[in-house]
Design a binder for this molecule. Structure first.
Ligand SMILES: Cc1cc2nc3c(=O)[nH]c(=O)nc-3n(C[C@H](O)[C@H](O)[C@H](O)COP(=O)(O)O)c2cc1C
Length: 137
């Protein structure tokens, strides 16, 4: 069964460019082996990530992600079956949101909602929209 899982979290401290690239390289290698795809957004110390793939693969990777000491305050927004992948082109797409982007009127609202776990759970479409917006850049 193909599923999609989306969560938000906060980095324990601001990550350097090098640390982010290392994290991504590691994630992409594992995801490729498990045929897991997705997108990761990072902005001002917060993460919003979607993972998609076979349920057992996604759940195993999310279990590892949850134990990762580089971030905390994980909040699961969505875990549900999907008919087809939305991010099939990326083992893990990535976009670091600039301060300007975070404060653009349109995105500011989305990002805020995307990172407020409870609000995002009530409106997961907003989180998906934000992830897709930056995946297509
Ligand atoms: C924000 C964030 C996103 C991550 N995304 C992924 C990912 O998509 N795939 C992945 O395999 N690991 C990802 N990781 C790394 C995992 O947490 C973990 O370090 C990695 O899967 C290796 O796990 P292991 O040490 O238990 O083998 C991510 C870590 C963080 C902090």
């Amino acid at each position: 069964m193909l599923i999609q899982l989306i969560y938000v979290s906060s980095a324990v401290r601001l990550l350097s460019e090098k640390e982010l690239l290392e994290l991504l390289a590691q994630a992409r290698e594992i995801n490729r082996k498990s045929n897991v795809t997705g997108m990761l957004l990072y902005g001002e110390g917060n993460f919003l990530q979607v993972l998609e793939g076979e349920a057992e693969d996604v759940d195993a990777i999310y279990a590892a992600i949850r134990k990762d000491s580089r971030h905390h305050h994980l909040y699961l927004i969505v875990r549900e079956p999907i008919a087809a992948r939305n991010f099939s082109e990326w083992s893990m797409g990535f976009h670091r949101m600039s301060t300007e982007e975070l404060h653009e009127p349109g995105y500011a609202k989305l990002w805020e909602a995307g990172l407020d776990g409870r609000r995002a759970s009530a409106a997961p479409a907003i989180a998906i929209e934000l992830l897709r917006e930056f995946a297509s850049r």
